[in-house]
Design a protein around this ligand. Structure first.
Ligand code: PEP
Ligand code: MG
Length: 546
């Protein structure tokens, strides 16, 4: 959009990583991969191409090992795991056999075999219509580019030429590209593609680099080398700003920094309302890095440990020992504080590679969460056993996702009680996610099986308004702060006045709705770690007697 009287341009994107930044735009083109040089047919030999493929695979495996080490030291261990997964993929027997078959059956070069086989895999993931699966597609594209570069003898990476201190503009950010940004102190990143769960999101949030995505036709719309202001709070980019615009922007930036500083000072203290009610503010986490950050930022516990991150992308389910190790690692910073593990919520938009896919025409209404665990009880058994093995080390609560029927929660209750009876131990607290209208409307029937309930307002909104949470075209219908949602929450409170109630959906992280949530009977909240301080500060201003 153009300002009428000047050459100022405005663009809007969605926030991937919050913050403010200003600087010069650097447009990064040509990330589509190497040019595949056609081989000389006379020199072609299947054996030669197979051995080239083996050499390139070995080289990339070494590179990935080196990259993983560097990323772990310089950025974050979660991101380093991405390279471990890449190494796994590249050496996967199924994939290697498919590549070799492509060369032998079709008499093509190693490079074109890589291109077509990886494209097939990338497309399989893209077809899954899920944000997380699409991120996996990015992984395949990244490895394909690396392998073909290695086969073509190219060693330099296009990101090596990014100027220091710029605002990087690119279509997408692949995992291996992130490493080049650390040493260049990139001020902000603007993308055409990338969801809040993408590698770009993980990297930019971890580095504290503001990032917006969803800016259409970004490389043609934004002018190279222009000066820009990035407000990643509101999602606005101002290109060629006037002096007044710059001054106003700097004022906003200073205010933001001030609010962060003030709330941070009190972050580790408990949040108590004016009338003396303690409200625990916990964090949503998915891995050890998240919990390390959350404890530093003052979280009173873990209110939602999303286990999915550990399962998605694995070619086989974790063993009991692997799961225990991962749980212990993630929860370690929260010894002595409440930790709420949500049982695996996969299916729908989070498919598992090792569980065969049913072609569901409406996966969000299909078998996800507890529905999937009822179908594959061994998945549930492993999780419950891992939790029970850690019961003396941590103060664990369990949460069941996607509950719709009393039978869903009764199923978990029975298995948990049987396991506990066998071990002669008491059961950890069990809770139900209230994220379907049916669960909210039948809370009284769920109550006999649980010790607490937690509202997943993201899904509760999706299912109440029949508006896909991932679909931007029905965004107008997805209103998690609508009266309708508050009414559902209050209805549960009225039916079960003694039941501990929390909110772990995104709504919990909006300070403008904190007071209303508390008035509806919510007695703990769970939010993204950077929001803990702000929400605690807000709670301190609420008077529940008023
Ligand atoms: C929710 O639905 O609000 C929730 C917290 O679960 P998730 O976002 O993981 O589906
Ligand atoms: Mg949910």
């Amino acid at each position: 959009m153009k300002d009428n009287n000047s050459n100022t341009l405005f663009f809007y994107g969605s926030t991937i990583s919050p913050g403010f930044a200003e600087g010069v735009l650097h447009l990064q083109r040509g990330l589509t991969g190497p040019i595949d040089v056609p081989g000389n047919l006379q020199d072609y030999s299947t054996e030669y191409e197979l051995s080239r493929l083996d050499q390139a695979t070995a080289k990339i495996t070494d590179d990935l090992l080196y990259l993983a080490g560097r990323v772990e030291r310089e950025i974050d261990s979660k991101l380093a795991e991405v390279f471990g997964v890449h190494s796994h993929i590249i050496n996967d027997k199924l994939l290697r056999d498919e590549l070799r078959k492509e060369i032998v059956d079709n008499l093509v070069s190693a490079s074109s075999a890589v291109k077509s086989v990886f494209l097939r895999w990338e497309n399989r993931f893209l077809l899954m219509e899920s944000a997380i699966a699409r991120e996996k597609g990015d992984d395949f594209r990244d490895i394909s580019i690396r392998l073909r570069n290695a086969l073509a003898g190219i060693t330099a990476h296009p990101f090596e030429s990014i100027p220091s201190g710029c605002i990087l503009v690119a279509q997408r950010l692949l995992p291996s590209e992130t490493i080049f940004l650390t040493s260049r102190s990139t001020k902000a990143v603007l993308l055409e593609y990338g969801t809040t769960g993408s590698h770009a999101a993980l990297f930019t949030r971890q580095m504290g680099v503001p990032c917006l995505s969803g800016i259409p036709d970004i490389l043609n719309a934004l002018p190279e080398n222009a000066y820009a202001l990035v407000n990643a709070q509101s999602g606005k980019v101002t290109v060629n700003p006037s002096q007044e615009m710059r001054a106003a922007f700097q004022k906003q930036e200073n205010n933001y920094a001030q609010i962060l500083r003030t709330s941070q000072t009190n972050a580790s203290k408990l949040a108590v309302t004016k009338d003396g009610t303690i409200i625990l503010v916990k964090a949503n986490v998915g891995c050890n890095d998240d919990s390390c950050k959350a404890i530093k930022l003052g979280a009173d516990g873990i209110g939602l440990y999303r286990l999915e991150q550990f399962y998605i992308g694995r070619l086989h389910p974790p063993s009991l020992d692997e799961l225990i190790t991962e749980l212990r690692h993630t929860m370690a910073p929260f010894k002595g504080k409440p930790v709420c593990i949500r049982l695996l919520d996969v299916g729908s938009d989070k498919p598992l590679p090792f569980i065969g896919f049913l072609a569901e025409s409406n996966p969000a209404l299909g078998r996800r969460g507890i529905r999937l665990m009822r179908e594959y009880p061994e998945l549930l058994h492993t999780q419950l056993k891992a939790v029970l093995a850690l019961r003396e080390e941590f103060e664990i609560q369990l949460l069941v996702p996607m509950v719709t029927l009393p039978e869903d929660i009764q199923f978990v209750r029975n298995i948990l009680d049987t396991l506990c009876n066998k071990l002669d131990i008491s059961s950890p607290q069990l809770g139900a996610m209230i994220e379907t209208p049916a669960a909210a409307l039948s809370a009284g029937k769920l109550a006999p099986y649980v010790d607490f309930m937690s509202f997943g307002t993201n899904d509760l909104t999706q299912y109440t308004f029949a508006a896909d949470r991932e679909n931007a075209t029905v965004e107008g219908y997805f209103n998690d702060a609508s009266d309708v949602i508050f009414r559902l929450i209050a209805m549960v409170r009225d039916e079960l006045p003694m039941m501990p109630l929390s909110v772990c959906g995104e709504l919990a992280g909006h300070p403008e709705h904190t007071a209303r949530l508390l008035q509806c009977g919510i007695n703990s909240l769970s939010v993204a770690a950077p929001l803990v301080a702000v929400i605690k500060e807000k709670i301190r201003s609420v008077d529940l007697t008023g």
